[in-house]
Write a protein that binds this ligand. Structure first.
Ligand code: FAD
Ligand code: DHB
Length: 398
């Protein structure tokens, strides 16, 4: 039987980042990933990084290309009622965000992690995580394997095996499903604007984002039942233009889509995030609706708390930080869950009822006229401080 200190299930951004950060602390790990490397690197997902996530990728030794190619954004725009209001992130919150695609992060992390990842590991199964000697079994190329370890990190996303291995009576699941999806289109056309535009419109929400100065990422709110085949490129571009203020819509550069997908929106939190020697990390423990781009950033924040706790365990044989992992991570998770829910609720069409839309417009107008309200948005958007809950003395073991 093989052995390592930490088995990490899942080679998404959280699993690979954790492995690299642990290695820098002299802690060994093996990463087990169900899919091939090519499959994982082709998934189009996040694009917006908080400074804390950028710092962590640099600390993990995978940030060089990101620092050269990422686009710094000092603000973003809210479009509503035919006009625009800019949220000045730098002026209001003293920070910027960085545009750099998750596909690129995934490649950079994969290169840095090298041989420690087992790609195409089938039937990953967790054993004995309530004991001091957990084991993980898996199948690869027809052969059965078993790894003994000190800890298991469940970094295997919303559909993974780690959370599903926890007995139902030991975990609380909180969930909200939203009654619409996001249709996303990637196209090699110059972005509409230097900064992102989030649009509230009577026809539904739209987002103008980007991956680089020549690659755009656009989204429109769509019915949950819609299929990608229902949306020709022409229909997509005309719907996007209809949801933007006139002067912006006239500047939209269209072109053939290179990717088109529909994502459902959900808020989900599993509590606690630790079960004996199993720790849930990132999307395995929580999902936010994409509005405000918190998913990948929250996953990175979990990794930061966990790698420091594991490093402390191996350095000083102290379990103090491991005992705090769940409460520290959840304190930030709930704040980001609240922000993502609020931003989703403010910007999307939930019904045909004019009253609901009037209330959204009143809130957006209030935001635009209030430095205090705009600052609240800016602070949440750039990412809340890592240890705010601790400073306020609100940490309890979970
Ligand atoms: P994942 O990326 O899901 O990785 C989990 C890995 O585990 C996968 O590789 C999976 O194959 C593997 N796995 C699953 N089950 C098993 C198993 N049984 N055995 C072995 N391996 C397994 N977030 C942002 O911060 N900013 C954004 O702008 C943003 N935009 C988004 C846009 C879209 C359209 C979507 C869908 C998401 C977006 N997100 C965004 C969210 C972000 O992509 C996720 O939060 C992030 O990928 C979470 O990383 P993770 O490593 O925790 O999980
Ligand atoms: C992106 C996605 C988001 O949800 C967001 O708020 C900003 C950007 C993106 O995919 O580029």
């Amino acid at each position: 039987m093989a052995g390592t200190q930490v088995v990490i299930v899942g080679a998404g951004p959280s699993g690979l980042m954790l492995s690299l950060l642990l290695q820098r602390q002299g802690v060994d790990s093996v990463v087990l990933e169900r899919h091939t490397r090519e499959y994982v690197e082709a998934r189009i997902r996040a694009g917006l990084l908080e400074c804390g996530t950028v710092d962590l990728l640099n600390e993990a030794g995978a940030g060089e290309r990101m620092m050269g190619e990422g686009l710094v954004h000092d603000g973003f725009e809210l479009a509503f009622d035919g006009g625009l209001h800019r949220i000045d992130l730098q002026g209001l919150a003293g920070q910027h965000v960085l545009i750099y695609g998750q596909t690129e992060i995934q490649k950079d992390l994969g290169d840095a992690a090298g041989e420690r990842v087992v790609w195409g590991a089938a039937d990953v199964t967790l054993h004995d995580f309530d004991s001091s000697r957990p084991r993980v079994t898996y199948r690869k190329d027809g052969a059965q394997h078993e790894i003994e370890c000190d800890f298991i990190a469940g970094c295997d996303g919303y559909h993974g095996v780690s959370r599903a291995s926890v007995p139902r009576d030991r975990i609380a699941l909180h969930e909200r499903i939203y009654p619409f999806g996001w249709l996303g289109v990637l196209a090699d056309v110059p972005p509409l604007s230097d900064e992102l535009i989030y649009a509230n419109h009577a026809r539904g929400f739209a987002l103008c984002s980007m991956r680089s100065t020549h690659r755009s990422r656009y989204y429109v709110q769509c019915p949950l039942e819609d299929k990608v085949e229902d949306w020709s490129d022409e229909r997509f571009w005309s719907e996007l233009a209809a949801r933007l203020p006139g002067d912006r819509a006239s500047r939209l550069v269209t072109g053939p889509s290179i990717e088109k997908s529909i994502a459902p929106l959900r808020s989900f939190v599993a509590e606690p995030m630790r079960f004996g020697r199993l720790f849930l990390v990132g999307d395995a423990a929580h999902i936010v609706p994409p509005t405000g781009a918190k998913g990948l950033n929250l996953a990175a924040a979990d990794v930061r708390v966990l790698y420091q706790a594991l490093a402390e365990y191996y350095r000083a044989r102290s379990e103090a930080l491991l005992d705090e992992y769940s409460a520290r991570a959840l304190s930030r998770v709930w704040k980001a869950t609240r922000f993502s829910w609020w931003f989703t609720t403010l910007m999307h069409k939930f019904s045909d009822e004019p009253f609901a839309h009037k209330l959204q417009l009143a809130e957006l107008q209030y935001l635009a006229g209030s430095t205090a309200a705009s600052t609240v948005v800016a602070e949440n958007y750039v990412g809340l401080p890592f240890d705010a809950g601790r400073a306020a003395g609100t940490i309890r073991a979970a």
